[in-house]
Design a protein. Structure first.
Length: 236
């Protein structure tokens, strides 16, 4: 069974005071809270990743979508185009938790395609990739930061894709989706099924750049909306 057919059936995880009155003016009656209303939250979020998150590579637009939905919250990109997760791991603590950094409430981690593309040249394996991802998850947990693990997207239409890389992609998607159950992350977010539109292995045409690996604006909006629905729906 290919990743597309397997993961297309998986659900995406789900989650004022008024201005002071003028002198001598009667104070307005407070508006009673509706049953079930939850207080809004301000989030401070870091996103670690590769070109899909790197603004210099036209990535990270999913963070812009979140910013529009959550104007009082903060979403910082730490994506670097072309990086493997082994390289992200080396800079993770410095970039996210350095002395000059804000106190991030959440960290989003998305990576692995660069590693899969280096399965022959750098001898990257699924075991090595998951070890590096798990190390970043653990580091964020050490800093009491909520960890959001995103699956790889489909990228089967890319020129360098082959059967070995398809197998690695499927293994990583499955692994990420059970990290919450393993108590290693707080949220596992499936973007594979949402970006494939039911196509086997490939990005939906409506969401893909010509290289069939990177996302256009519509694709980034889909990813941003998945994150909003799953984690940030109570934002401000």
């Amino acid at each position: 069974m290919t990743p597309g057919s397997l993961w297309s059936s998986l659900p995406v995880l789900a989650l004022l005071a008024g201005a002071p009155s003028a002198p001598d003016a009667p104070s307005p009656a407070p508006t009673p809270a509706k049953d079930g209303d939850a207080p809004k939250r301000t989030y401070v979020v870091a996103a670690m990743g590769d070109s899909l998150t790197d603004r210099k590579s036209h990535g990270g637009l999913y963070l812009d979508h979140l910013k529009k939905k959550c104007p009082k919250s903060r979403f910082d990109s730490y994506g670097k185009g072309g990086q493997m997760v082994s390289q992200m791991r080396k800079r993770f603590e410095r970039d996210i938790f350095g002395e000059d950094k804000p106190k991030y409430t959440h960290v989003i981690i998305l990576g692995g395609i660069g590693d899969i593309l280096s399965n022959e040249t750098a001898k990257r394996t699924t075991t090595k990739i998951t070890a590096d991802l798990a190390a970043m998850y653990a580091t964020a947990k050490k800093h009491d930061t909520t960890v959001i693990a995103m699956t790889l997207p489909p990228w089967g239409g890319a020129k360098a894709y082959n059967e070995a890389r398809d197998q690695m992609t499927g293994e990583l998607v499955r692994w990420v989706l059970v990290r919450k159950k393993a108590l290693e992350v707080d949220v596992s977010v499936d973007i594979y099924s949402r970006l494939s539109c039911g196509k086997d292995r490939e990005l939906c045409d409506d969401y893909a750049w010509p290289d069939k690996l990177h996302w256009n604006k519509a694709g980034h909006e889909v990813v941003g909306e998945v994150l909003f629905e799953s984690v940030f729906a109570d934002c401000e």
